[in-house]
Design a protein around this ligand. Structure first.
Ligand SMILES: C[S@@+](CC[C@H](N)C(=O)[O-])C[C@H]1O[C@@H](n2cnc3c(N)ncnc32)[C@H](O)[C@@H]1O
Length: 287
């Protein structure tokens, strides 16, 4: 084990008071230097992220890592990928997608056009899942999907809409359980080992950088999807993000969260009603 890996392992465990101070200084430095604000992210995933980043860079102390991050924008970009936790997939929560198809889409049909915001979209798979299902429901042409993330590198992958073919093939079962009507393969073209989603899906999606920590509302939406992002925030930050999403929803709009997330830290939780038991889809009923 290298010395950098040893230091990182120690940090991933309980850590020490000194390391906690170093982490605070690292986050403050990143905020001042680059404008990213991780100060209110949940401590354990943050520690794991810093530990992994230190091991990758081969440095032994958080202070040495801070020195590198502040002087090297590429290192900062790599840090974003690590602390942001970019793990994602298509059709991750089939029950939720089916509920959207059955309970939200019929309402969207009553509007001439509608807007959906997918916040924290990572490399875009989740967004293409929504686009595919909306297209099959005949709703894509009158829906605008806004997909945002903190990390420009992830958005660049998402914009391309190209993924390893093997990966997309593995989603076929979840696509059917989510309410898919034909085959996922009908929605992409294949070149070698790569699959690229069709142009009409891409045309309905606007990709943009947006931070749930530092940016404000930019439109009002009929559906907001924010899955597996709030779990990385402390309660105070979850509260901020919830307020932003509540303010960005139209009257009667819907909020979809990840399976491990809830409205617990939402200041307006009494204004929402859960659409279906066991599914994290909520409707803004009072305002
Ligand atoms: C675990 S992924 C979830 C991806 C997708 N929503 C899903 O459920 O599969 C978390 C994503 O949140 C993004 N993220 C982290 N902090 C954010 C913030 N403050 N504002 C917007 N996105 C953020 C990360 O860059 C990452 O792409």
């Amino acid at each position: 084990m290298s010395r950098g890996e040893g230091a990182a392992l120690r940090l991933e465990g309980a850590g020490t008071d000194l390391e906690d101070i170093e982490i605070q200084l690292l986050l403050e430095g990143i905020r001042l230097c680059y404008g990213y604000d991780f100060r209110e992210y949940a401590l354990s995933p943050l520690r794991r992220g810093v530990a992994a980043a230190m091991a990758r860079e081969g440095v032994q102390t958080v202070s040495a890592y801070q020195d590198r991050v502040l002087h090297d924008a590429a290192c900062m970009q790599r840090f974003l990928g690590t602390v942001g936790v970019n793990v994602t997939s298509m059709f991750r929560d089939p029950d939720l997608l089916r509920c959207v198809l059955e309970d939200v889409v019929p309402l969207l049909r009553t509007y001439p056009s509608s807007r959906i915001w997918v916040a924290g979209c990572a490399s875009g798979e989740e967004v293409y899942a929504f686009a595919v299902l909306l297209e099959e429901a005949g709703m894509l042409k009158r829906t605008s999907i806004y997909a945002t993330d903190l990390n420009e590198d992830m958005l660049a992958i998402a914009r391309l809409g190209s993924y390893p073919l093997e990966k997309l093939r593995r989603y076929e079962d979840a696509y059917v359980v989510s309410g898919g009507q034909t085959s996922l393969a009908d929605h992409y073209s294949v070149a070698g080992r790569t699959a690229r989603f069709n142009r009409d899906l891409q045309a309905s999606i606007t990709w943009a950088r947006h931070s749930l920590v530092t940016d404000g509302s930019f439109n009002d939406f009929h559906l907001i999807v924010c899955a597996n992002v709030l779990i990385y925030f402390r309660a105070s930050l979850q509260e901020r993000a919830h307020r932003l999403m509540y303010d960005s929803l139209v009257r009667g709009g819907f909020l979809a969260l990840g399976k491990r997330e809830s409205l617990l830290s939402c200041p307006d939780r009494d204004h929402y009603e859960q659409v279906r038991d066991g599914v994290n889809l909520f409707r803004k009923m009072r305002w």
